[in-house]
Design a protein around this ligand. Structure first.
Ligand SMILES: [Zn+2]
Length: 158
């Protein structure tokens, strides 16, 4: 699989590439307030992939950089985060359902719902942001899967 630095770089670049036209279109179609909500939703959704990565299907732990990243934020939170996703990793074969566009994202969001409660509250109050967040995450997940496929096609050279 590509190293986390490649995945991180692709996530950041592709999120920015989606956010720029999203800002322009939404600003002109929805107005400045809702346009900004949609744009920020796309940006935060895309960057959420750094934690809610399809590689959470690696139950054994250190193969998924999300666990390491969360432990850097806070060791206790990281341990809880890793323990929480352990069952998910056991249920999902690596690069299986979790890496399937749209379905994989929705499955991970449903499984991770307790961690996403603030977003659920925002969704009730300001659905354009929450919908854009989901689109941003799906977009970043798609690029993750593309990079995994490219790495496989190149014989693991990424
Ligand atoms: Zn992967």
């Amino acid at each position: 699989m590509p190293g986390h630095k490649i995945h991180d770089t692709v996530t950041i670049v592709t999120t920015a590439a989606l956010a720029a036209p999203a800002w322009w279109v939404n600003y002109h179609m929805l107005g400045p307030v809702t346009g900004a909500a949609v744009t920020w939703g796309v940006i935060i959704g895309g960057l959420s992939n750094l934690y809610l990565t399809p590689d959470l299907d690696q139950a054994e732990g250190w193969g998924c950089y999300s666990f390491h990243r969360m432990r850097k934020l806070n060791p206790l939170l990281g341990a809880i985060w890793q323990g929480y996703w352990y069952k998910y990793g056991k249920m999902c074969k690596h690069r299986g359902l979790s890496h399937t566009p749209i379905v994989g994202t929705l499955g991970r969001v449903l499984y991770g719902l307790p961690w996403l409660l603030p977003l659920v509250l925002i969704a009730f109050l300001w659905w354009p942001f929450a919908a854009a967040w989901l689109v941003g995450l799906m977009w970043a997940d798609l690029w993750h899967t593309i990079m995994d496929g490219l790495d496989k096609a190149l014989g693991g050279r990424l």
